[in-house]
Design a protein around this ligand. Structure first.
Ligand SMILES: Nc1nc2c(ncn2[C@@H]2O[C@H](COP(=O)(O)OP(=O)(O)OP(=O)(O)O)[C@@H](O)[C@H]2O)c(=O)[nH]1
Length: 299
């Protein structure tokens, strides 16, 4: 059996989480059109009788504005060490400039072999892809190959998986075969709520939100009761999340509940509460700890 850990490195919004979902053939990771959707490291496990690939999805590498961002980048960079392979992902439309080179530097410093992934090829022409290939070859020190993908159309995804498996060492099955992620249901549920907020709100609001599941319990009637707090960092944002006559929180709750029900295969009662924790993104470690973001951000 071949097995190993494969970290994804890239700027925010290049499609790292979408690529993992496409490779495993189901939506495990949350995705949005806004940068910095992924905040924590999360492992996604793909097992067959011949191999087990453990994808280590990480926050996008960027120049942070807040303490939260610093922790996110730390989590991303530390995930590059100690893995078997790094997928260095760029967005074909955005190209390769300073921020991408900044990512390449981190990957080069990790000394881990890497596959260059040019994603979103559905949005550009062949000429552009060729020039990006050249830039990637020049910029990535330990690059073993470059693959062109579209996480949306599925182009190049099988080729990418084959190449990953070919480059993994022989090893044990690290996780049980039916395990899809290393995160508990409480984390997955909070991520789904956060994704719906990313989809339904704009500008600073989605970035100002943290979601913590406080309680999960199965009720006598078989319904799974989930209580979660949505933290915002300003009073005005509380109003936006609740919405006019509670319309927004209702929509967030409905959309999230449906997806959590699909995930657990059970009826769910989702109980959401909005709380203000002023400027939590810039507070020190204690605050990050309090809202449950410490473990993977320690770096
Ligand atoms: N057209 C097109 N869009 C894509 C492709 N892959 C991802 N996207 C879109 O790009 C956006 C960002 O995708 P994500 O998977 O959240 O990107 P990410 O790199 O994980 O982002 P962060 O969490 O911010 O680090 C979403 O709107 C996706 O639907 C692709 O191959 N083609």
């Amino acid at each position: 059996m071949r097995s190993g850990f494969v970290a994804l490195a890239g700027k925010p919004n290049v499609g790292k989480s979408s690529i993992v979902n496409a490779v495993v053939g189901k939506k495990v990771l949350i995705v949005s059109d806004k940068p910095q959707t992924t905040r924590n490291r999360i492992n996604v496990i793909h097992t067959t009788s011949d191999y087990q690939v453990i994808f280590v999805d990480t926050p996008g590498i960027h120049k942070p504005l807040y303490r939260l961002g610093e922790y996110m980048v730390k989590a991303a960079v530390s995930a590059l060490k100690g893995v078997d392979l790094v997928l260095t992902v760029v967005d074909a439309k955005q190209g390769i400039r300073k921020p991408e080179e900044f990512v390449f530097d981190y990957v080069n410093q990790s000394n881990t072999k890497t596959i260059g992934v040019i994603n979103k090829i559905d949005l550009v022409d062949g000429e552009r892809i060729k020039s990006l290939e050249k830039k990637m070859e020049d910029g990535l020190k330990n690059c073993i190959s470059i693959i062109k993908t579209s996480a949306v159309t599925g182009e190049g995804i099988k080729e990418l998986l084959d190449l990953i498996v070919d480059n993994l060492p022989e090893g044990p099955q690290y996780y049980p075969e039916d395990m899809v992620t290393d995160r508990p249901l409480s984390f997955m549920a909070s991520e789904i709520v956060r994704e719906k907020i990313f989809h339904l709100t704009y500008e600073e609001v989605p970035h100002s939100v943290a979601v913590i599941v406080e309680e999960i319990k199965e009720r006598e009637n078989g319904v799974l009761y989930i209580r979660a707090n949505i933290y915002v960092d300003r009073k005005s944002q509380k109003g936006i999340i609740i919405g006019n006559k509670g319309n927004m929180i209702k929509k967030i709750g409905q959309n999230a509940r449906q997806e959590i029900e699909y995930l657990v295969g059970n009826k769910v009662f989702l109980d959401l509460h909005v709380k203000v924790k002023e400027k939590w993104r810039d507070k020190d470690f204690i605050i990050l700890n309090e809202i449950g973001m410490k473990d993977d951000l320690r770096g």
